[in-house]
Design a protein around this ligand. Structure first.
Ligand code: GTP
Ligand code: MG
Length: 469
C-alpha cells in the first residue's frame, strides 16, 4: 500500500460511542489519535488530573464542559499510551452512564474539543494500517461481533489470534523463497546451482499447492458456520408447520389453531444446529384460496421455499397424501428437502409405515415420522439437517476455517496460478516462465493478509463494520 496523502491514512483524532445504541448500565466513548490526551485533559476532572495518570490506568471523576462549568456525567476514564493500544495510537476510553443523551453529550463535547466522529470500522482500520492486525484478523473482528453461534465465534477468535494468517503467510514465504532460488539459478547459471532447479522447484510448488487446497477445504464449513442456512417449513394448511416451529423454538412463537389457514405471514426462528445457525421459517399453508390475505401468504410461502437452502415439507398423516401434497412435492422437486410425516400420535402405525415407504420411494429424500404433541422426530430432524449440510466437513480444523468469500476466491486464484506453474514445468518451459506464475500465486496470498492489497479493497472491508469499532 502506498500514499501518505491518501484519505485511507488519516491520522487526525477520532471519537465514537463504542457500545450499542440504546440504554444500558454503561456506555463507552473511545477516542484515538494524537489529540486524545489533550482533549481528555480539558474535559475531565478527577481525583487525579488526567495528565498525571500513568498509562493503562483508570481514574474516577467527572466530565465537565469547560465552556459552562456544568458536569455532564460521572465517569471512569482509562488512559492508554501509544503504541500498546487497539489502534497503536494514544487512546482514551470514557466509561459513562449508558443513556443515549448522556453519551451523545459527552461525544459532542469531545468533538467540540477537536476530535472527529469516527467512520464505521475506523478504529480497526487504524489497527490494520498501523500494522497491529493483518487483514484476516481485522475481518475476524467483524465476524466475532456478528457471530451467531459459539462455534462461529470460536472460528473468528482463532482468526483474530492469527492462525489462518500464519499459515497463509508461511505458504507465501515458501513461494517467495522458490522465486529467489529460481532467480539465482537464472542470474548465475555459471555457478551451477544444480540442486535448486527443475524437479526441486516443482516439488516445492506442489507442496504449497496441497497446503492451500487443505485450507480452502475449510471454506464450506466456515461459510456454513458463519452464515448458516435458511430452512422453509411448508405444507398444506393444518399439517402442523407452526407446531413444528414452536417445538423447535421451545416456545409458543407462532399461533396454532385447528382452523386451516391460521398462519399468514412468515415467522422465523434461529436455532443452532451442530454449530450452524439455521433460520427456520414457518409459512402459510399452501392451497388454492379466494381469500385475498391468505393468497398473499401462500405466495410468500412459495417464494420462501424457492429461496431457502432447505425445504422441510410437513405432511398430515391423518388426512393421508392429498392432491395438494402432490402439488407441493412437484414444486420442490429440485430443492434439498426433508419430509416430515406428522401427527404420528393419532395415526395407526401400519398406515404411517405405508405412507413413509411410498414417499421415500417416490421422492427419494429422508422421510421422518413425527409428532408435535410429544416431540417425536425433532432430534432426528436436527440430525438429518446436520448430515445434509455439515457431513464431511466435521474433521476440518476449526482454527483454520476460511469464512470469507474474499479469502476463498484469492485462495482459489493462488491454487490456479500454482497449477499453471506445475504445467509450465511439466511441458518443459524455461524457469522464467514458472516464476511468473509463482509470483502471481504469492501476490494473491498477500492480498488475503493485506501484505499486498489495493486501497479499494481495504475501504470496502472496513465499511462493513459498525461505528465505534
Ligand atoms: N395430534 C396431533 N395434533 C397436531 C400435531 N401437530 C399439529 N397438530 C394440531 O393440528 C392443528 C394445526 O396445527 P398448526 O401447527 O397450526 O398447523 P399449520 O400447518 O401451521 O396450519 P396453517 O397455519 O393453517 O397452515 C392444531 O390443532 C394442532 O394442535 C401432532 O403431531 N399431533
Ligand atoms: Mg401455521
Amino acid at each position: 500500500m502506498s500514499g501518505a496523502a491518501s484519505p485511507l491514512w488519516s491520522t487526525d483524532t477520532i471519537a465514537a460511542i463504542s457500545t450499542p445504541y440504546g440504554t444500558g448500565g454503561l456506555g463507552i466513548i473511545r477516542i484515538s489519535g494524537a489529540e486524545a490526551f489533550r482533549i481528555a485533559g480539558q474535559i475531565f476532572t478527577g481525583r487525579k488530573a488526567f495528565n498525571d495518570m500513568e498509562t493503562h490506568t483508570v481514574v474516577h471523576g467527572k466530565i465537565v464542559d469547560p465552556a459552562t462549568g456544568l458536569m455532564i456525567d460521572d465517569v471512569l476514564i482509562i488512559k492508554m499510551n501509544s503504541p500498546h493500544t487497539y489502534t497503536t495510537e494514544d487512546v482514551v476510553e470514557i466509561s459513562c452512564h449508558g443513556g443515549i443523551i448522556v453519551l451523545k453529550n459527552v461525544l459532542s463535547l469531545v468533538i467540540r474539543q477537536g476530535a472527529r466522529t469516527a467512520e464505521p470500522g475506523e478504529f480497526t482500520k487504524r489497527a490494520f494500517l498501523n500494522g497491529r492486525l493483518d487483514l484476516v484478523q481485522a475481518e475476524a473482528v467483524i465476524d466475532l461481533i456478528n457471530s451467531r453461534t459459539s462455534e462461529g465465534s470460536r472460528a473468528a477468535a482463532a482468526q483474530l489470534e492469527g492462525r489462518l494468517s500464519e499459515s497463509i503467510r508461511n505458504a507465501r514465504r515458501k513461494l517467495i523463497e522458490l522465486i529467489a532460488h529460481i532467480e539465482a539459478v537464472v542470474d548465475y547459471p555459471e555457478h551451477d546451482i544444480e540442486e535448486l532447479t527443475g524437479g526441486k522447484i516443482y516439488e516445492g510448488v506442489k507442496a504449497v499447492k496441497a497446503e492451500l487446497q487443505r485450507i480452502a477445504e475449510g471454506f464450506n464449513r466456515g461459510r456454513l458456520i458463519r452464515e448458516g442456512i435458511t430452512a422453509a417449513i411448508i405444507g398444506k394448511p393444518n399439517a402442523g408447520k407452526s407446531s413444528l416451529l414452536n417445538m423447535l423454538a421451545g416456545s409458543d412463537k407462532a399461533i396454532v389453531t385447528e382452523i386451516p389457514g391460521t398462519t399468514r405471514d412468515i415467522i422465523e426462528e434461529y436455532i443452532n444446529v451442530g454449530g450452524m445457525p439455521v433460520r427456520f421459517l414457518d409459512t402459510a399453508g399452501i392451497r388454492d384460496t379466494s381469500d385475498p390475505v391468505e393468497s398473499i401468504g401462500v405466495a410468500r410461502a412459495q417464494k420462501a421455499a424457492m429461496e431457502a437452502e432447505l425445504v422441510i415439507a410437513v405432511f398430515d398423516a391423518v388426512t393421508g397424501i392429498l392432491a395438494e401434497d402432490v402439488a407441493i412435492l412437484g414444486s420442490i422437486q429440485d430443492k434439498k428437502k426433508i419430509i416430515i410425516l406428522n401427527k404420528a400420535d393419532i395415526t395407526e402405525e401400519a398406515k404411517l409405515e405405508k405412507m413413509k415407504d411410498l414417499l421415500q420411494t417416490e421422492v427419494g429424500t429422508p422421510v421422518l415420522i413425527a409428532s408435535m404433541m410429544d416431540g417425536t422426530g425433532i432430534a432426528e430432524l436436527l440430525k438429518e439437517i446436520e448430515e445434509l449440510f455439515l457431513k464431511g466437513t466435521i474433521g476440518v480444523n476449526s482454527e483454520l476455517l476460511v469464512t470469507s468469500v474474499r479469502h476463498r476466491q484469492l485462495l482459489d486464484n493462488a491454487i490456479e496460478s500454482l497449477k499453471t506453474a506445475e504445467a509450465a514445468h511439466v511441458s518443459g518451459l524455461p524457469l522464467d516462465f514458472v516464476t511468473i506464475d509463482i509470483k502471481e500465486g504469492a501476490e494473491y496470498l498477500g492480498q488475503i493478509t493485506g501484505e499486498s492489497v489495493s486501497e479499494d479493497v481495504v475501504k470496502e472491508i472496513f465499511s462493513r463494520f459498525c461505528i465505534g469499532k
